[in-house]
Write a protein that binds this ligand. Structure first.
Ligand code: NAD
Ligand code: UD1
Length: 385
């Protein structure tokens, strides 16, 4: 039971979130939701990985829309400080549990406790996962265990609690690299690294899971390149160590934390020779999750893959130049060899998201640069002290 010692492996604590200085290390904790009115008070959602980059922005939107998110995160790539800031931004309190999606007993306890409190969990938004491509090549078993086995444990707990809706964080990386652009959801799958294969495997598992029970619903959201931050500058992307992705690398160069940007190749068959991607504002992405939850309440389809992107391609040089123009900060750069595994160009056909979710990305590349820089410049150490 939440609020009382649970088992031999740890205790739960129920604390009012704003007064809490943080959980003692290694101890599971839960923050009690205060008695604020929720328009959909009967609708609790389990949000795995909610303390991460995309999860935290989604929590803000879910709270604004009146949902009651229950966060489960092991903080392997995030910090509980993020959740405090989400609460401050939303003006509401959160329930958060430190724990792992691979812990079936914990999951069953969460589903049971919410039902006992008269607020049964009606669906899951599943962000929790490891996401670094290079690391997945070096430690494939860790990736398969965390992302694939973890999802199997989560689905088994959902089955036991009769929870049949899930929104899954997939990626454009599941598509086979090809010249046929833009990518529609019917594009051939063919991920090129273990990380991408974990996403494709979970997609297959979710297809099969939804096919064997008529009530099961899956929105499989394939993100293109989320960048930017909440316009408040209070939450954003906080990579540990050297950023793998372009945008956080640019912001760290702008800070002076890194001397220059390495541009991986200028000999691609693209207008300026640098790689082209579909950058989408993280707040637009977050709002798509609220739409996806609503969609699952209405749809009869079991498994629906949906691209989330703008439909526009932007090159590395275009993004760097836009960042410089918007922020007034110059980005020293040098051209290097292509990064192994990279492709020339990728962008989404987002028509299905518009048709099914009534969603389209509205924020511009200028917004992404301005908001991302506001976050990074005000929080040079991310969520650290
Ligand atoms: P993130 O690392 O910031 O967030 C993931 C969160 O999951 C973290 O808070 C981490 O602590 C938590 N987590 C990881 N494994 C866990 C486990 N076993 N149990 C409980 N919590 C766990 O990543 P993000 O950028 O917010 O991405 C969220 C999801 O979207 C991931 O599944 C990622 O693969 C996917 N995705 C991200 C991108 C991107 O560019 N950021 C693109 C495509 C897909
Ligand atoms: C990468 C991952 C992909 C993941 C996605 C998440 C690889 C091979 N792919 O995709 O699986 O889903 O992130 O957003 O890692 N670039 C530079 N300098 C840098 C970093 C990147 O020039 O320091 C270039 C890249 O060559 C690419 C573009 O910037 O052309 C975007 O790179 P990145 O942000 O890493 O995203 P993806 O490669 O699309």
């Amino acid at each position: 039971m939440l609020g009382a010692p649970s088992d031999s492996r740890g205790c739960f604590f129920v604390l009012p979130f704003p007064k809490c200085a943080g959980p003692p290390p290694g101890i599971r904790f839960a923050y009690a939701a205060m008695n604020r009115p929720y328009p959909r008070a009967s609708s609790s959602l389990l949000v795995t990985g909610g303390a991460g980059y995309i999860g935290s922005h989604t929590l803000v939107e879910l709270l604004a829309a009146g949902y009651r998110p229950i966060v489960l995160d092991n903080f392997s790539n995030s910090s509980s400080e993020t959740l405090r800031r989400v609460e401050a931004l939303a003006g509401k309190t959160l329930t958060a549990i430190e724990g792992d999606i691979g812990d079936g007993e914990l999951l069953r306890g969460i589903f049971a406790e919410q039902a006992r409190q008269g607020r049964p969990i009606s669906g899951v938004i599943h962000f929790a996962g490891l996401k670094a491509v290079g690391e997945s090549v070096e430690q494939p078993l860790r990736y398969y265990r965390n992302n694939v086995s973890g999802t199997l444990v989560l689905l088994a707990a959902m089955d036991a609690a009769d929870v049949r809706h899930i929104v899954f964080s997939s990626s454009a990386t599941v598509y086979r690299a090809s010249a046929a652009l833009p990518y529609t959801e019917d594009h051939t799958l063919g991920p090129a690294n273990p990380y991408g294969r974990t996403k494709a495997m979970v997609e297959q598992i979710l297809r099969d899971w939804s096919a064997c029970d008529r009530g099961r619903r899956v929105a499989c959201l394939r993100y293109f390149n989320p960048i930017g931050a909440h316009p408040s500058g209070r939450i954003g992307e906080a990579p540990q160590g050297v950023p793998n992705n372009l945008f956080p690398y640019i912001t760290q160069v702008a800070l002076g934390a890194r001397p220059r940007l390495h541009i991986f190749g200028n000999d691609y068959p693209t207008p300026d020779g640098t790689g082209v991607r579909d950058y989408v504002h993280v707040v637009d992405l977050a709002r798509a999750h609220v739409k996806a939850v609503e969609y699952l309440e209405q749809v009869t389809e079991g498994f629906t893959p949906i691209n989330l992107g703008t439909g526009r391609g932007t090159s590395v040089l275009e993004l760097v130049q836009m960042f410089e123009r918007v922020t007034g900060v110059s980005i020293p750069r040098e051209i290097q060899a292509r990064r192994p595994g990279d492709i020339a160009e990728a962008y989404a056909d987002p028509a299905r998201a518009t048709a099914l979710l009534r969603w389209r990305a509205t924020r511009t590349l200028e917004d992404m640069c301005a908001d991302g820089w506001r976050w990074q410049s005000r929080n040079p150490k991310g969520y650290g002290p």
